[in-house]
Design a protein around this ligand. Sequence first.
Ligand code: ADP
Length: 323
Amino acid sequence: MKRIAVLTSGGDAPGMNAAIRAVVRTAIGQGWEVLGVRRGYAGLAYGEMVPLGARDVGGILQLGGTILGSARCPEFRTELGRQRALRALRSQGAEALVVIGGNGSQTGAYELSRLGFPVVGVASTIDNDLVGSEITIGVDTALNVALESIDRLKTTASSHGRAFLVEVMGRNCGYLALMVGIAGGAEAVVIPEVDTDPEMLAQELHDAYERGKSHSLVVVAEGATYNAARLAEYFHENEKRLGFELRVTILGHVQRGGAPGAFDRLLATRLGAAAVEILAREEHGVLVGWHRGEVVTTPLADVVGKENPLDPRLLELARVLAQ
Ligand code: ADP
């Protein structure tokens, strides 16, 4: 009999609950016990763990967020914090840990595995910036939630001939903004990876108007140098000269809150189950991700400190389709 622990960490993503459920029920199928860690690494350091049975994870498949809670834990970045977590895991009889989370969380998972504890990561973040998974749990739902808002904004933008700016999440990574921009038919996309000159942006919007467009929609990632606040300020200060103003909508945490769609439920279920199967094969120190329709594993050592680069062809596609 084996006892494993599972936690969710960092930014929550729709589908995390489906992953927890898959981990718990697959582990029980192996004849193991599962401990659910509350509040990510913060709870781990304080030994906040509860036994999770098959019925405890009933009715959560369709819920956004995470029933275990998530937190940011600066203490886990220190050797002292990680040693403390290790003691808590061992004192509760946990022999392995499954970490469901994004880039930062998987770095924590790697650090723990370097201390000799068996850890398997599950790729889950709406940022889609994890090396080792071409798509991560939560991305698809976050895109759909953002698109629903954008479609509504476009309706009102068209009616009034206005320019709208929508800010979506993405601290260092413009994936979400770019994909929302393409799928939502934006006139322009502003992302951290590409320098944007607000004067050129204004010109692009002006040109779109000249080409007969009844509205303009700009999608901007929160981490872009010119984020929504800075662009709005620029356009406001130069309104007379530029000839129009930008109406700003910040989607913020709304994007995270959706109930996971079919894609995220299935992805989370398959990755969560695979994490347990990997542990059953006595393997660990890897991230479980998705590539070309298959579950894949990548050593955590090859995942940390890197980010998925944006595909330049998608940037070009966004530009061409904005004609
Ligand atoms: P995400 O996993 O969504 O990228 P964060 O970047 O906030 O979210 O990371 C979540 C948590 O992972 C942090 O609060 C911290 O406890 C842990 N973590 C992040 N970076 C490291 C690191 N370099 N070493 C150890 N733990 C880390």
